[in-house]
Design a protein around this ligand. Sequence first.
Ligand SMILES: Cc1cc2nc3c(=O)[nH]c(=O)nc-3n(C[C@H](O)[C@H](O)[C@H](O)COP(=O)(O)OP(=O)(O)OC[C@H]3O[C@@H](n4cnc5c(N)ncnc54)[C@H](O)[C@@H]3O)c2cc1C
Length: 489
Amino acid sequence: MKDVVIIGGGICGCSLARELSKYQLDVLVLEKENDVSFGATKANSGISHGGYDPIPGTLMAKYNILGNRMMEGLCEELSVPFIKTGCLVVAFSEDEKQTLKDIYDRGIKNGIPKECQAIFNQDALREKEPHISDNALAAYYCSETGVVSPYELCVALMENAVVNGANISTSTKVIDIKKIDDVFSIKTNSDEYNNIETKFIVNAAGLYAADIHNMLEPSPYSIKVRRGEYYLLDKKYGPLANTVIFQCPSDKGKGVLVSPTAHGNLIVGPNAYFIDDADDTDTTPKGLEEVRIFANKTIPNIPYNANLRNYSGNRAEPSTEDFIVGEVDSVKGFFEMAGIKSPGLTSAIAIAIDMVSMLEEAGLSLKQKANFNPFRTFVHLDYLPFEDRSRLINANPLYGRIVCRCENVSEGEIIDAMRRPNGGKTIEGIKKRTRVCAGSCQGGFCTPRIVEIMARELNIEVDKIFQDKNGSFIVSENAFDLSKVEGND
Ligand SMILES: Cc1cc2nc3c(=O)[nH]c(=O)nc-3n(C[C@H](O)[C@H](O)[C@H](O)COP(=O)(O)OP(=O)(O)OC[C@H]3O[C@@H](n4cnc5c(N)ncnc54)[C@H](O)[C@@H]3O)c2cc1C
């Protein structure tokens, strides 16, 4: 009998696991993929939003403001890259100039202090962003916005939760839930965790949250899938934008942005259109063209020949048009963090803190742990001064053997990333934890070496190593047989 079972290892599930790991509880996260951060949390804009965008009075507005206030401290505790860049919403017409005033007022209503907001005229805007288009007339400025590495934050939250006693079972898909009296019985596709009992379930299954709800009763909400596509450019072009630059919002949401990332790259995107398949994260020529056309309005002549990769992420668009947070009245003990669309990355930690109080109110007994450790420490050579690097290399020469030359990642760090609690077991998993394969060569040079190190560490043959999803072999006669990749029909 587990105290709490969390379904989904995205930013919501992992934030909650970490919050619950502060108490003497048996907590289990079930994640259908082979690592955390596989859904919307993996592929988004990575913005910690200031909080001026959501409609006042909504849960999105409440949690956005609270989550954003906590983001910098959280990232410091967990050693996750975060930069408080500030953001701009740019007006290109007289009508849009009026929109800027509305945004400013909404920011005040949502609780952003006056001194953190401003309306810039064209000169002030150009001073802040020298590469902005000549057609940009004015901008709303919010100093509270920042950029964060979303998948690193998710990995860090779960790693810290595990260090503090929480458990996770990956490659474990919830396929059925039954409730008898006040006990839930959860069936999964894993032999190890096939019949889990608990009195408290939290549904944090992202795009699949309504499917989980349907296992207990017909879901009162539905979730549509809205894809967004991106360009990720070389770090050389990160300085093209100093802040997160938005255009005025439309019925398609916050629109195409141009922004530096927490690692100093430049991202451009996303567009927004509905698709049917929640697992389909392809990019399309048409979609990417749309992104280029919109972004060109903000910063002309972005050098797309310096593009490192394109990616897309799928938003969960709930029929409620707001986050769904709390206990389901008709199924006591069943809680939801569902329909968590943007600004969900920003809001997750605040939602998780509230969820802990709601669980307590529903009868979960909370006894604080005296030895909770909020910090995540690990070796990241690139962040260290020269003397510290030398000391580490003398102690362990594997830290001196650079494998990824683009991002300066050593063999020692790759091994650490696999051995750390809830460590990476795939190339993508190591990438999320170290940034191997994230630089200019995108793994072109270092992948063979990483595969060798992983095979040695995991004590398996190289042809058993996955790129990301289970079945995505990279060294095998099946390497190009996509039908072997889970979820690829
Ligand atoms: C294009 C795009 C841009 C965005 N930009 C921003 C931004 O800049 N700032 C911001 O604040 N927010 C942003 N968001 C929103 C943010 O990414 C999401 O709100 C957030 O990541 C949602 O987290 P989650 O944990 O609810 O869902 P997910 O990250 O999708 O996690 C759900 C998890 O549940 C697992 N799961 C599903 N079904 C099962 C099952 N049956 N059994 C076990 N596990 C299961 C999935 O595999 C997945 O790992 C953006 C989203 C998108 C798509």
